[in-house]
Design a protein around this ligand. Structure first.
Ligand code: HEM
Ligand code: HEM
Length: 134
């Protein structure tokens, strides 16, 4: 089975979903649906990224490993970890008891989200380098 196609397909979908969610949070906050769309798209991004990781794992496994060997894989795993932490940080904005901490959490979520998007982009570029497209 060609796991690479599934790896790229899942992660490209995750990237598009996350980027749309970020654009909505940045430019469509005046719409009452923005947070629903931001959450749903980011949830889809997390699920597709997890699937993409499983395909990467199977791909490396079927070629005999070892896992997490190239810079792309290290970047990819770090991005995945950040991506999994983001919803926790997002949810905390609404759940925190001490309301004075909300602005700090918002700022942390904003910057961590931008870092996640930058790392995601770097991982894609490193992946394209790996397969000789760049
Ligand atoms: C156009 C985009 C991408 C291409 C062409 C690509 C390509 C590849 C290739 C060829 C490998 C196998 C490396 C090896 O033999 O060790 C790989 C592994 C991997 N990729 Fe990607 N990738 C892309 C996007 C991503 C993204 C966006 C992520 C994560 C956010 C990611 C995460 C990983 C991980 C974690 C591995 C290592 C799996 C393991 O060692 O078990 N990739 N990728
Ligand atoms: C992978 C998951 C997520 C990523 C990558 C992400 C990323 C981002 C980014 C980059 C921004 C800032 C946009 C800008 O103003 O430039 C943002 C804003 C925001 N996000 Fe998320 N987000 C994620 C999940 C969530 C979740 C699950 C929630 C809520 C449960 C949430 C709630 C918010 C809120 C309330 C804001 C506005 C913060 C403010 O007013 O400064 N996010 N998000």
């Amino acid at each position: 089975m060609n796991f690479l196609i599934f790896h790229i397909g899942s992660l490209a979908t995750a990237f598009i979903a996350m980027s749309s969610a970020i654009v909505i949070a940045r430019f469509f906050k005046s719409k009452k649906w923005w947070i629903k769309a931001h959450k749903a798209l980011n949830l889809a991004a997390v699920l597709f990224a997890l699937a993409g990781f499983v395909f990467a794992f199977l791909m490396v496994q079927s070629s005999g490993g070892p896992h997490i060997r190239v810079p792309h894989a290290i970047l990819g795993l770090s991005t995945l970890i950040l991506l999994l932490l983001m919803p926790v940080l997002g949810q905390a904005i609404f759940k925190i008891r001490d309301k004075k901490k909300i602005p700090v959490l918002k700022k942390a979520h904003r910057y961590a989200g931008r870092l996640t998007a930058a790392m995601f982009t770097a991982t894609i570029l490193a992946g394209l380098l790996l397969i000789g497209i760049l």
